[in-house]
Each structure stands twice: as structure tokens, then as C-alpha cells.
Design a protein around this ligand. Structure first.
Ligand SMILES: NC(=O)c1ccc[n+]([C@@H]2O[C@H](COP(=O)([O-])OP(=O)(O)OC[C@H]3O[C@@H](n4cnc5c(N)ncnc54)[C@H](OP(=O)(O)O)[C@@H]3O)[C@@H](O)[C@H]2O)c1
Length: 276
């Protein structure tokens, strides 16, 4: 009898949601471009209906259109993570159109230009924390109540390896990533009783337009080439290569799938061996 009860618990907990069927609906902040967009497309490809959240509705609609063209289900919703009311509206809209989100993926983020702390623009600092840290709190406030009511779910925030080390001239952005870890580890302790997991995925530099731009700007400052900056960057990685969106997607799918049922409060670094 006891064994039967245990088996039942296991079946229920295998799912992100309460039904035992796995994650069906995911809301993703910051899905209009960058890594969030790649994750949204990847989740949709694996059969999950996705709510694409971001301020740029046209960009979100383009992502949703791409997903629909490939046979997936997606809805673009205009939402600003720095605005609690905007996020509450987005959660209601997503639930009406797609059903309650079993998974919340917080990928919205902003970075700051490199500068020593005594020259940093503090308005930029506030915007960085409002987006990267409080922006996760607004999403949690908006999406958690329905997740709790349905008795299960998965939360994943995209942090970064800058939350694992001190980074000269990036003190403010880096400290926002440290804060993401503290926030999610604390949330994991709160929501576990409701069958909800909460984790961070911390990518290193992700192959793409943004990172290439960063290398190009650094090269300009240093009077060298972008390739030379990249080669220098790669020296710090044990595997000597960059990570890409598929690496992040694979970890996300694991956390949202049956294999993630007992992983919570963790910060999974995916950086080809830079932070070791
Ligand atoms: N790219 C990398 O190499 C890298 C490495 C480590 C960690 N990360 C982290 O991964 C996350 C995504 O980075 P990314 O490089 O993909 O950035 P990105 O290309 O600049 O995209 C940022 C996304 O966040 C959204 N966003 C920004 N402010 C927002 C706000 N106030 N409300 C709602 N959405 C907002 C943007 O959408 P709208 O403009 O439409 O609002 C966009 O979809 C960030 O947390 C970043 O720190 C990235």
C-alpha cells in the first residue's frame, strides 16, 4: 500500500504540472530575441505551447509566427518585466489563450557597458537590477499563484557565469547575476512544498550576434582584432570553445522534463569549463 502511494507520488511529481503529463505550457520572458527566443523556439519544437513575453510585440509576433509555421503553438504578449501590472496582465492573457503555465522561464535581461565602478551610471545600475533581478520577482508574482493552485511547476531563470566570480568593470551587472542565484535558491525553499522546482541556468558567453559585437567592441578598444579577442577569451575555457543556444536548451529541457523532478535550488553552469 505504502509502495503504491510512493509510485503515485512519483508519477505526479514527474510532471511540471499536476496532471502527470509533463510541461505543456511555458511562459518565457525575454523571448523576443537572443537566447530567450532560441529557447522558445526549441521548447515549441518539443511540443510545449509557449507564451513569448517581451516589450517589443512585433518581434514577439515574428517569433510566434515562426513557431506556428513550423507547426508549434505560441502566443506573443507585450510585457515589461519591470512593471508588475504588465506582468499580471500577461499571465492572465497567457492562461486564457494557452492554459496555465506549467513552466516559467525568466530570460529577460540587460547588460551594462564596461566601466570602473566610480564612473558607472547609477541609473543604468537601477535599470539592470530592475530587469535582471526584480524582473524575475514580477514574473514569479504573476505566474506562481496559478502554478501553486495546480500543484506543480518548473521555474528556470537564466543567470550567468558572472554570478560566479568577481568581474572587473562589470561589478554592477555581475552583482545582478549573483542576486539571481540568491533569489532562486530562496524561492526553491518556498515553492518546494507545492511541487514546484526553481533553478538557474548560468551560461558563459553564448555564440551569437551579441557576443560577436562584444568581441568587436573590445577589439576596437584594445587596438586588435575580434578574432584575437575571441582567442584570448577561449583560453579561459577548459574545452576551448563557446557555448551555443542548443546547449542552454538541452539543460532547460532536462529541468522541465522527468529528469528534472528532483533538481531544485541549483545553478547549472554551462560555459565549456570556464568557471571550474
Ligand atoms: N548572450 C550571452 O552571451 C549571455 C551569457 C550569459 C548570460 N546571458 C543572460 O541571458 C539573458 C538573455 O540575454 P541575451 O544575450 O539573449 O539578451 P538580448 O539578446 O539583449 O535579449 C534580451 C531579451 O530581454 C528582453 N527584455 C529586456 N528588458 C526587458 C523588460 N524590461 N521587459 C521585458 N523584457 C525585457 C528583451 O525583449 P524586449 O526588448 O522585447 O523587451 C529581449 O527579448 C540575460 O539574462 C543575460 O544576462 C546571456
Amino acid at each position: 500500500m505504502a509502495e503504491q502511494g510512493l509510485m503515485q507520488d512519483r508519477t505526479d511529481q514527474d510532471a511540471g504540472g499536476a496532471s502527470g503529463e509533463g510541461v505543456r505550457v511555458a511562459a518565457i520572458t525575454g523571448a523576443t530575441r537572443g537566447v530567450g527566443r532560441e529557447l522558445a523556439i526549441g521548447l515549441a519544437r518539443s511540443g510545449i505551447a509557449v507564451a513569448i513575453l517581451g516589450r517589443d510585440l512585433a518581434a514577439g509576433q515574428a517569433v510566434a509566427g515562426q513557431i506556428a509555421d513550423a507547426g508549434g503553438q505560441a502566443l506573443a504578449i507585450a510585457a515589461d518585466v519591470t512593471d508588475e501590472h504588465s506582468m499580471a496582465r500577461a499571465a492572465a492573457q497567457a492562461a486564457d489563450a494557452l492554459g496555465v503555465a506549467d513552466a516559467l522561464v525568466c530570460a529577460a535581461g540587460t547588460s551594462l557597458g564596461k566601466a570602473p565602478i566610480h564612473t558607472q551610471d547609477l541609473a543604468g545600475y537601477r535599470q539592470c537590477f530592475d530587469t535582471n533581478v526584480l524582473g524575475i520577482a514580477t514574473a514569479l508574482k504573476a505566474f506562481l499563484p496559478a502554478m501553486i493552485a495546480q500543484g506543480g511547476g518548473r521555474i528556470v531563470a537564466i543567470g550567468g557565469t558572472y554570478g560566479h566570480k568577481g568581474v572587473a568593470e562589470q561589478a554592477l551587472y555581475a552583482s545582478s547575476k549573483w542576486a539571481v542565484r540568491g533569489l532562486i535558491k530562496s524561492i526553491a525553499r518556498e515553492v518546494g512544498q507545492h511541487g514546484i522546482t526553481a533553478n538557474v541556468i548560468a551560461p558563459g558567453g553564448i555564440e551569437g550576434e551579441k557576443l560577436r559585437g562584444l568581441f568587436a567592441r573590445s577589439a576596437e578598444r584594445q587596438g586588435t582584432t575580434a578574432d584575437a579577442v575571441m582567442a584570448d577569451f577561449l583560453k579561459g575555457a577548459a574545452l576551448g570553445r563557446l557555448v551555443d543556444g542548443d546547449d542552454i536548451l538541452a539543460a532547460l529541457l532536462h529541468l522541465l522534463g522527468p529528469g528534472g523532478r528532483n533538481i531544485t535550488g541549483q545553478d547549472i553552469v554551462i560555459d565549456a569549463g570556464t568557471v571550474i
